[in-house]
Write a new protein. Structure first.
Length: 254
C-alpha cells in the first residue's frame, strides 16, 4: 500500500511539473517582453499594410457575371458615374472612408420548461390450459413475469440579459475591390492614455452606394462586419487571470 501511494504521489508530481513546464513555455516570450516594459508606457503598433500581415487572405464572395460597360457617343454622362463632377467617395484600393460605429444592443430572454412522465408495465400468466385445476401448475407458473415502473421529471429555467453600447468613429482603408464593385475595408485605431492602450478594429464589406456624400458609412451597413474594441496595459493585466489559473480552468474536469 505504501509503494502504491508513493507511485501515485510521483505521478501527481510529474503531472504538476509538466503543467508548469507547459505554462512556462507558453508564456516565456510574453513574460520576458512584459518584464522588459516594466515602468514604461505600452508601445503603439507600427502602421503596416494589412495585406502583408501573417494570415491575411483576400475576401472571396459569390459574384454575378461581369457586364460589359456601354458608352453612348456624344454624351456627357459616363456609365457608372454619380454626377458630372468627380466623386470624392472611396472607390479604389488605398482610398479612405470614415466608419461610424454605432452599436446599441439590448436582449432580455427568459425560458421556463417543465416536463414529467410516469410509466408502468406489467406482464404475467394467470391461467394456462387449465392450470388452475392442477395444484402443482400454480407453483410452476409465475403470477407476474415482468413488472417495470419508471418516473421521470425535469425542470429548467434560464434567462439572458445583455446590454451593449458603443459609439465612435474610425477611419478605414480600402484593401480590395471585389468584381461586383463592393469594397473590402479595414481600419484600426489605437489610443494611449497613461499606461493603457485602447484598440478599435473594424473590417468588412461595403457597397459604394451606401457611402454617404461626406465619405462616411454607418457600421450597420457593413456586411461580414468584424468589430473589436478592447485594450492592453496595466489595467488589462489586473483584470486577466494568471496563466496558471487559465491552464487549470481548461484542464480540470470539475
Amino acid at each position: 500500500m505504501s509503494a502504491f501511494s508513493s507511485a501515485s504521489r510521483l505521478r501527481r508530481l510529474a503531472l504538476a511539473g509538466l503543467l508548469l513546464a507547459t505554462c512556462a513555455l507558453a508564456s516565456g516570450c510574453s513574460s520576458i517582453d512584459r518584464l522588459s516594459q516594466i515602468g514604461e508606457q505600452p508601445k503603439l503598433s507600427a502602421i503596416d499594410n494589412p495585406t502583408t500581415q501573417p494570415g491575411y487572405k483576400p475576401v472571396q464572395m459569390p459574384m454575378p457575371k461581369p457586364e460589359v460597360a456601354s458608352y453612348n457617343p456624344n454624351s456627357l454622362w459616363r456609365s457608372g458615374s454619380r454626377a458630372f463632377f468627380k466623386d470624392q467617395r472611396a472607390h479604389q484600393v488605398g482610398d479612405l472612408l470614415t466608419v461610424a460605429v454605432n452599436i446599441t444592443d439590448k436582449a432580455n430572454i427568459e425560458n421556463d420548461t417543465q416536463r414529467s412522465r410516469t410509466n408502468s408495465e406489467n406482464s404475467g400468466i394467470s391461467d394456462f390450459l387449465g392450470a388452475k385445476t392442477i395444484t402443482q401448475a400454480n407453483k410452476i407458473l409465475p403470477g407476474r413475469i415482468l413488472t417495470a415502473d419508471s418516473t421521470a421529471s425535469s425542470e429548467g429555467k434560464g434567462s439572458v440579459e445583455r446590454k451593449e453600447a458603443l459609439q465612435t468613429n474610425v477611419a478605414a482603408v480600402v484593401t480590395q475591390v471585389l468584381p461586383n464593385g463592393n469594397l473590402v475595408v479595414e481600419g484600426k485605431q489605437e489610443i494611449r492614455v497613461n499606461y493603457e492602450i485602447r484598440e478599435l478594429v473594424v473590417a468588412g464589406i461595403v457597397r459604394p452606394e451606401d457611402i454617404q456624400s461626406d465619405n462616411t458609412i454607418d457600421s450597420t451597413k457593413i456586411a461580414q462586419a468584424r468589430i473589436a474594441y478592447g485594450g492592453r496595459g496595466q489595467i488589462m493585466d489586473v483584470q486577466q487571470p494568471r496563466y496558471g489559473q487559465q491552464v487549470m480552468d481548461v484542464l480540470l474536469p470539475f
